[in-house]
Ligand binder design. Structure first.
Ligand SMILES: *Cc1c(COP(=O)(O)O)cnc(C)c1O
Length: 432
C-alpha cells in the first residue's frame, strides 16, 4: 500500500518507509492512498472467524506487499496474545475491555504490531532505528514492553519526572536491554517538545534513523481498527445499531474506528468522549478548531490540547463538516463528573472502571438521552489499577493488582535524568 503525506508536499511512499520514517519529510502524517471495503460476506461470516483471522483480512491491504502474507499472519498472532472481552452493563451500554495486554493499556496492540513490523524490516540489520517517544504515562510502558528485545531497534522514552503514576514509572524504567528511560525535569509538553526538536535536528538525523512510536506512526495507529471488529463479532445479532464511545486524547483510536467503518463495518455513530481538553467538542459546536495548551486531569492519557490525529479524521470526511458531524458527536467532562461516574458504575453495575473508561461511559449516557434503539459500547482503555489512587479513593475499596502489574513493582528503577534538550542530544549522539 502506498501512503501520502497530509501536508501534500512530500512524495508518496510505501508501508515500509512510512513505518521507518514515522512522519513524512514535509512533517505531514501519512495516510493510505486508498481504503477498499471488505466484502459483505466477510461481515456475514464473522462468527466463524478467529480474532487473528479477522485482523489479518482487515489490515492486509494496508501492509501488503511490503509484509508478505505468511509473515503478517505470524505478526498478528504474536500481537494478539490476549483477549478483548465485552462486558454488558445493561441493555443499552457495554464496555469493550482493551486492557488485557502485558502493560494493561490499549496501546499494547499498536506497540506490539509496530515492533514486529520494524523487526521484520530490520531482519538483515540494514535498517537500524531508534524509536524516540515522549509519554505522559501509558504510551511509554506499552512501547517499552512491545519493543523489548527487538533486534536493531533502540527505544528511548522521555517521561516527566513525578508526573506519571508509580506503576507507569516502573513499567517504563525497569526493563533494560534495548530500552532507555530518560526522566525529564519538566512536564509532558517539555518531553514532547524535545522529541520534536530532535526529529528536526540535522546533526542527529544525519547520523541515525529516528522514528516515532506515537499514533502518528501508521503501524501503531492502524491495528487499533481491530478492536471495533472484535466488538462487532461479540455483539451483532443481539445488538445491531452499535455506537462507540471512545475516550480520546490524540484521536488515533477513534480515527482507526472510522477506518474500520470505511472497510464496511456497520457502525452507527462515534462519540469522542473527552475530559477538560475539549478542542474537538468545541469544534463540533462552533466549527472552529482552536488548539490550546493541555490541562492536567485525572484521565491524564487524554490531556492533549492539539490532537495529532484529528487531521486524519478531517481527511476521511474530506473536510466536510456536515458529513463529519453526522457521524461524530463529542462531549467533555470535568474531573468531578468523572469521579461521580466511576462511583455510579461501581454502585449500579458492580464494575470497576478506570477514569478514561468512566469518561467514555458518560459519553454513552449523554448520547443515549437523544438516541434510542442503539447499543453504546465505551472502550475501557486502561486497567483501573493503573490509576489506583483515583479509583480506590472514589470507590473506597481496594482493587487487587493483576499479575502483570505485580511483577514490575519490585523491580529496580533505572532512569537517566535530563533537564533540557542538550541532555537529550548528548545522550543520542553518545549512543551511536
Ligand atoms: C492513549 C490513551 C487514550 C487516548 O487514545 P488516543 O488514541 O490518543 O485518542 C485513552 N485512554 C488511555 C488509557 C490511553 O492510554
Amino acid at each position: 500500500m502506498n501512503y501520502y503525506s497530509l501536508n501534500k508536499k512530500a512524495p508518496d511512499t510505501d508501508f515500509k518507509n512510512a513505518v521507518i520514517k514515522g512522519l513524512a519529510p514535509d512533517r505531514g502524517l501519512y495516510f493510505p492512498k486508498s481504503i477498499t471495503a471488505l466484502t459483505k460476506s466477510f461481515f456475514e461470516t464473522i462468527d466463524n472467524k478467529t480474532y487473528p483471522e479477522i485482523a489479518f483480512e482487515a489490515i492486509k491491504q494496508f501492509v501488503s506487499p511490503e509484509i508478505p502474507e505468511p509473515i503478517l499472519k505470524k505478526i498478528i498472532e504474536d500481537t494478539l496474545s490476549f483477549n478483548f472481552p465485552i462486558v454488558k452493563l445493561n441493555e443499552q451500554i457495554s464496555t469493550l475491555e482493551l486492557f488485557h495486554g502485558p502493560t494493561m493499556a490499549f496501546k499494547d496492540v499498536g506497540a506490539r504490531f509496530m515492533a514486529r513490523c520494524l523487526a521484520y524490516f530490520n531482519q538483515d540489520n540494514s535498517n537500524d532505528v531508534t524509536v524516540l517517544v515522549a509519554t505522559s504515562g501509558d504510551t511509554g510502558g506499552a512501547v517499552a514492553n512491545g519493543f523489548l528485545g527487538v533486534k536493531g531497534v533502540k527505544v528511548v522514552i522521555l517521561y516527566p519526572s513525578g508526573k506519571v503514576s508509580d506503576i507507569q514509572e516502573k513499567q517504563l524504567t525497569t526493563l533494560g536491554q534495548n530500552i532507555t528511560a530518560l526522566e525529564v525535569d519538566g512536564v509532558f509538553d517539555d518531553c514532547q517538545d524535545m522529541v520534536k526538536k530532535a526529529f528536526l535536528d540535522d546533526t542527529i538525523t544525519s547520523k541515525m534513523q529516528l522514528t516515532s512510536a506515537n499514533s502518528i506512526n501508521v503501524a501503531r495507529w492502524l491495528p487499533q481498527l481491530f478492536y471495533f471488529m472484535f466488538a462487532y463479532k461479540q455483539l451483532h445479532g443481539q445488538h445491531d445499531n452499535i455506537v462507540f464511545s471512545i475516550p480520546s486524547g490524540n484521536f488515533g483510536n477513534i480515527c482507526a474506528g472510522m477506518v474500520a467503518q470505511q472497510l464496511g463495518l456497520p457502525i452507527k455513530h462515534f462519540i469522542a468522549s473527552n475530559n477538560a481538553n475539549n478542542v474537538v467538542t468545541k469544534f463540533l459546536q462552533t466549527e472552529h478548531y482552536n488548539p490550546k495548551p493541555s490541562v492536567q486531569t485525572i484521565s491524564n492519557a487524554m490531556d492533549v490540547g492539539n490532537p495529532s490525529n484529528f487531521i486524519r479524521i478531517q481527511e476521511i470526511y474530506k473536510n466536510d463538516f456536515k458529513k463529519l458531524s453526522a457521524n461524530l458527536s463529542s462531549f467533555s467532562y470535568t474531573d468531578d463528573q468523572t469521579r461521580a461516574a466511576l462511583l455510579e458504575i461501581y454502585e449500579h453495575y458492580n464494575y470497576v472502571a478506570d477514569p478514561h473508561g468512566a469518561v467514555g461511559y458518560l459519553g454513552c449516557k449523554d448520547y443515549l438521552k437523544t438516541n434510542e434503539n442503539v447499543h453504546c459500547v465505551f472502550l475501557e482503555t486502561a486497567h483501573p489499577t493503573k490509576f489506583l489512587d483515583v479509583v480506590e479513593d472514589v470507590i473506597k475499596t481496594k482493587v487487587p493488582l493483576p499479575p502483570q502489574i505485580e511483577a514490575v513493582m519490585d523491580k529496580k528503577k533505572v532512569a537517566l535524568q535530563i533537564s533540557d534538550y542538550d541532555g537529550l542530544k548528548a545522550f543520542l549522539l553518545d549512543s551511536i
